[in-house]
Structure formats: structure tokens, C-alpha cells
Ligand binder design. Sequence first.
Ligand code: GRF
Length: 198
Amino acid sequence: MRSRLVVLISGGGTNLQALMDAPQDAYEVVGVISDRSEAAGIARAVARGIPTDVVIPSACADRAEWDRVLADAIGRWTPDWVVCAGFMRVLGPAVIAGFPWRIINTHPALLPAFPGAHGVRDALDYGVRVTGCTVHLVDSGVDTGPILAQHAIAVDPDDDEATLHERIKVEERRLLVNVVTALCAQGCTVTGRKVSIP
Ligand code: GRF
């Protein structure tokens, strides 16, 4: 049976698109949630007939309520896995506890270097020659969970944030689809910071 995937997005949704476009033998995307009503990725889901929801922090009394509302919204679709695909917020305890080691995130840098919302810019500013992307399990920290897979990308001397991010995203989408497919097909075991996919 295919795994049920709920995807969280904040922006353009090209990672979501890659997940929807890949042969979905191992999983099906059963719902998409955004924290921004104007996220372009919502239209991508609608175009595929996938149900969507928007859970906006400013519509909630505080962060704790947003966390609970988001956990309920995700839970309604009874997912096997939750994928943060360009979801630009740190998840709260209700979501993390609701789906232990069942939440996957993609990040446009080689963690643990350059966590946070500006991974590409921070890597460029630092002057690294190699950066990349990381797919990892989510814990309560900011991009700190156990690493599932990484891909390195050389920084060109004339790169700016946009050109570098575009090159990273090409590999990021491929990596995310491959990891999600493997996890959905085979599951994983977490031992400390090490994850093994059988
Ligand atoms: C990705 O690079 C993701 O890692 C970052 O924002 C980008 C989202 O891209 N946090 P998209 O919305 O999937 O096109």
C-alpha cells in the first residue's frame, strides 16, 4: 500500500511539484498545507486535485495555538509521512510529537553549516567553495535533525544568491524525491544521529 504524504509549503512549490510528478508507486500526496495563503505552490496542488489547507500564524492567538491547529490539520489526512518542502517555519511540539521521526525537511545547504532561513545567502557570504542541499528528519531544533542524504554543489565565482539557489534546487528536488521514495518504501531506523534505510 502506498504511504500517505502531507506536504507543507510556504512558497513556489517546485519541490512539491517534483514529489507530485515522480512516479508515485511508494507514496501519494494526500494533502498540502501552507502557512501563507498567497503561496504559489497551493495552485500546483489544486491543479492536481489534491486537497489544500492554509494555517496562518497571524490568524492564531499565539504560536502554541498555531502549532495545535497545524497538528490537527495535518492529522486530518492521517499521513504516514509529513514533508516540509520549502516550509519556512520551525514546527512546534504538537506537530513534532504527533509525527515522531515521520517529518522530513529539505534545506539548501550542507548541514550543520548554514541552518535557518537564509542558508544560500549565508553560505555565499561566508565564502565557501562548496555548498549543497540536505534532506533530514525533523526534530525540535532549527535544521538539526538526523541527516538522511546530502548533495554537494560547487559555488561559481560569479554566483549570486539566485543563481546558486536555482542550481541547488535542481539537485534538491531530485534528492528529496529519492529519499521520500526510499523512506516510504522501506521505512528507517533512527539510532542517535544515525538513520538507516534498510
Ligand atoms: C528550497 O530551496 C527549500 O530548501 C528552501 O526554500 C526552497 C523552496 O523551494 N527552504 P520551492 O518552494 O519548493 O520551489
